[in-house]
Design a protein around this ligand. Sequence first.
Ligand SMILES: Cc1ncc(COP(=O)(O)O)c(C=O)c1O
Length: 436
Amino acid sequence: MFDVDKVRADFPILKRKIHGHDLVYLDSGATSQKPESVIKAMDDYYRNTNANIHRGVYELSVESTRLVDEARKKVADFIGARTEEVIFTRNASESLNLVMYSWGRDNIKKEDAVLISKLEHHSNLVPWQELCRETGAELRIIDVDGEGKLVMRTQELKNSRTQDEVLTENGLKVRLGGFEGLIADGKVKLFAVTGASNVLGTIPDLAGMLTAIKRKAQNATVVVDASQMVPHMKVDVKTLGADFIAFSGHKMLGPTGTGVLWGKKEVLSKMRPFLFGGDMIGEVIITGATWADLPSRFEAGTPDIAGIIGLGAAVDYLEGLGMDNVRHHEKDLMVYALKKMVELQDEELVTVYGPKDVEERGGALAFNVIGVHPHDAAQILDNFGIAVRSGQHCAAPLVTGFGVPAMVRATFYVYNTKKEIDYLVDKIREIPKIFT
Ligand SMILES: Cc1ncc(COP(=O)(O)O)c(C=O)c1O
């Protein structure tokens, strides 16, 4: 059974006071807190094992290598992958850039289209803008409706626009519209989409879209930005239908400096390396080199060994909780939080963004306090010990598309409680009073 009090006891930072109040950490969407077991795994490594991997026959190096191999196996099992398909990176952004540089530059041509959505974090938007600018391919973007759900047909948009919007700037051609229209001509060669929005929480219907896209463009390659997915729900790459998924270790209780790219072996093994140097080579002569097998080919240089070991411990921790329990706990919090926020909305205190149905959303809750700048709101909440984020959440086109410069965002995770949501709501009620 999921016992949130027991979970909380595993996170030392939750004992901290902020401005004299108990810390209420509602920014796990940016980075999660770390349990004792993760901190200890890294501490043990530095105290007892520290040595570089793959480089020594001495005991410490062999042990280090074994610990990294074990961590890779844990991550692979966690997402249903083969170990050689798990590439360690620094973060999800690097994972997505790896796909862009190594796969994108060799496979996307002028006549192709790259499809993304308006929900994307900049990390799954800017690399594709740059690739399309370089190659001349068209960037197609699935629009969102008023609830922040992906629009399937442009005609469904409840504004004056009934046709796709076409924008051209600095050699980049962008088409914004409904999913079905954007895939109709079969030109989409790459579909890069989020598994869950980091701002609105929206969980797109991946299964439906991937089936449709494979029907229209059989060879389309699919990248899922799983940064807000893998930490929060069970993901099995065997059934997901993607060719690549990218996620960050630091959002799933692991340390910063860790990220993962999973790619299908058949796709990865045809790709050129992204970074060159130590550890990623097969043979080197003075005039050239051959590349190592997977996964080393994509892991040049000394990795974040302690971080990777910490990530392995984070996976153990999440496995211990059970990902279905994690999702259930977050849904429970979201149902509760949405109910409370609707009350605030009825009192004309806040505007809440994102899908109304919790089945269609993850643990991100974006809102604004009416008449108060989001930064001011977040600052006031901080005075009460509440850590929320304000701004554009690295998704500027999405946020500004709602006609606001920024939003406040609370994100929930395994250690959050309904009591904390009550506290947040109480303190939101106090914000307008400060300005009158
Ligand atoms: C959906 C999504 N994609 C990508 C990223 C980028 O992650 P990182 O900063 O670890 O590269 C984030 C981080 O907030 C995110 O939420």
